[in-house]
Design a protein around this ligand. Structure first.
Ligand SMILES: Cc1cc2nc3c(=O)[nH]c(=O)nc-3n(C[C@H](O)[C@H](O)[C@H](O)COP(=O)(O)OP(=O)(O)OC[C@H]3O[C@@H](n4cnc5c(N)ncnc54)[C@H](O)[C@@H]3O)c2cc1C
Length: 449
């Protein structure tokens, strides 16, 4: 049994001694999305014993279950590249399999890398397994045990097909997207639960039998006008009257990011359940609209729904530093940079369109390490869309390339911390940056070593 001074957020403390220990590792990564996969790979390649736990049965998170385009590698203006390292390896692995192509900046977020989500799922399996990281699927991190002072997470409780299990780790990397580990451990955060606005949710879909040439030659602005007219006549329920429908690596198949479910707290299971059904109902409406009215889609058939609704924003942790809109728009550089970003603020908060704010002069800003370090926790680091940022700054920094870059930094730091038995904050940032640059990461000119 753990000492009585240990704290557990759920009411199972009396049976804790009977919960089998599934692993004792250097680094536990919770969540196998874009950030978590890269964190696990980086930590394992750095020599740490790593366990990656994922609640679903495959890797890639939103990047494989909801969409098909990496944004954030390139800036919107001159298409300057700002992310490398393991993220670039992923792109190379997809390209080698003929499963990705670069899409010009038709959407607004910069050049995108559009890929096959199915092939990416397999690429993640290979890269993660190849790194030596251990993986448990169908395993949800549901709580943590923290030490008497409350600053160290000693164990993570896992709900699995085999019942409750626990895993002990020196460092925990929270890549759940929703900052589940931080929330269980008592860290502060902002999100719908705390009354903050969060972005709308989206169910994506794929249609086949598209006459791609005709569809592509129909101007985007005319498509958006058709949507507005169709919605205003009351014939179709189209809450978002713009969005993206684009070709994929499969001939005649397009992926649409168009639906919009607003006012949902994604951490509330009832609200999330309603959102799932609402998102799918909206897909029916958008498919009907496309088939009825849009050139090239007359014979389109619905062949795929995102396997769950896409959550853009849930909890943003309170970190040692909070990235702000000013930092983004003034292309701020930081001494403790661990990643770069040139993406605009892209806010899908409500209404029928999307709010875009671009960094002037094609600027690029840094994401500082302090945005990954939750206040009050010594051995927990976050990566991905739960970073410490304001709502607006988050709307820029959440692209997948940045999530992967943050994952590389978090995994590398976790391994350095566990190997040296020094707390995360006592690792020299310059040493971390040296490791990142050695491993291909792209840091700002100020910090490149
Ligand atoms: C609809 C939509 C469209 C978008 N479009 C684009 C786009 O085109 N290009 C782009 O670059 N970005 C896009 N984004 C943003 C981007 O996809 C995300 O910010 C990014 O994928 C987040 O990666 P992540 O690894 O932080 O989180 P996620 O991808 O959410 O991964 C989190 C992982 O953790 C797992 N998990 C969660 N909780 C637990 C738990 N308690 N225990 C175990 N496992 C857990 C989840 O199952 C998931 O696999 C979009 C987002 C949405 C929602």
């Amino acid at each position: 049994m753990p000492p009585s001074s240990f704290r557990l957020a759920t009411a199972i403390t009396p049976v804790l001694g009977q919960v089998p220990q599934v692993a004792t590792v250097d680094v536990l990564v919770a969540g196998g999305g874009s950030a978590g996969c890269v964190a696990a790979i980086a930590a394992a390649r750095s020599g740490a014993r790593v366990l990656l736990v994922e609640r679903h049965g495959s890797l890639g998170g939103i990047g494989t279950s909801v969409l098909d385009t990496f944004y954030g590698f390139y800036t919107p203006g001159p298409n300057a590249k700002v992310v490398g390292g393991i993220a670039q390896e992923v792109v190379d692995a997809l390209t080698m399999r003929d499963a990705a192509f670069i899409r010009p900046n038709t959407y607004g977020a910069g050049g995108g890398v559009t890929y096959s989500p199915e092939v990416l799922t397999m690429v993640w399996d290979e890269l993660v397994a190849g790194s030596g990281a251990d993986v448990l699927f169908h395993t949800m991190a549901i709580d943590v045990i923290v030490d008497a002072e409350g600053g160290d997470v000693t164990d993570v409780l896992l709900a699995t097909r085999n019942g409750l299990l626990r895993a002990s780790a020196s460092v925990v990397v929270d890549c759940t997207g929703d900052a589940d580990i931080c929330a269980h451990a008592g860290a502060g955060y902002d999100g719908a639960e705390t009354g903050e606005p969060v972005q709308a949710l989206t169910t994506t879909f794929r249609v086949a039998n598209v006459d791609t040439d005709r569809a592509r030659s129909f101007p985007k602005q005319e498509l958006f006008e058709l949507m507005a007219q169709a919605a205003s006549h009351g014939d179709y329920e189209l809450p978002r009257q713009e969005g993206s429908i684009h070709r994929t690596p499969v001939d005649g198949v397009s992926l649409a990011n168009m639906t919009r479910v607003v006012g949902v707290d994604p951490t509330d299971v009832r609200q999330l359940t309603r959102a799932e059904m609402d998102g799918r109902r909206q897909v029916g409406e958008y498919v009907r609209f496309l088939r009825d009215l849009v050139p090239g889609y007359e014979k389109a058939s619905l062949v795929g729904l995102s396997s769950h609704i896409g959550v853009r924003e849930a909890r943003r942790v309170h970190g040692d530093y909070r990235l702000t809109a000013d930092d983004v728009l003034s292309a701020q550089r930081f001494d403790d940079a661990i990643a770069q970003c040139g993406a605009p603020i892209e806010d899908h908060s409500g209404g029928t369109d999307t709010l875009w704010r671009y960094i002037p002069d094609n600027g690029v800003y840094d994401i500082p390490l302090r945005c990954l370090l939750p206040v009050g926790l010594n051995n927990v680091i976050v990566a991905g869309r739960c970073l410490s940022a304001t709502h607006e700054a988050h709307a820029s920094a959440r692209s997948i390339a940045q999530c992967m870059a943050m994952g590389q930094a978090a995994g590398t730091l976790a391994a350095l911390s566990s190997a040296s038995r020094k707390p995360l904050r006592q690792i020299d940032v310059a040493e971390l940056q040296r490791h990142l640059c050695r491993d291909g990461a792209m840091l700002s000119p100020k910090t490149s070593i």
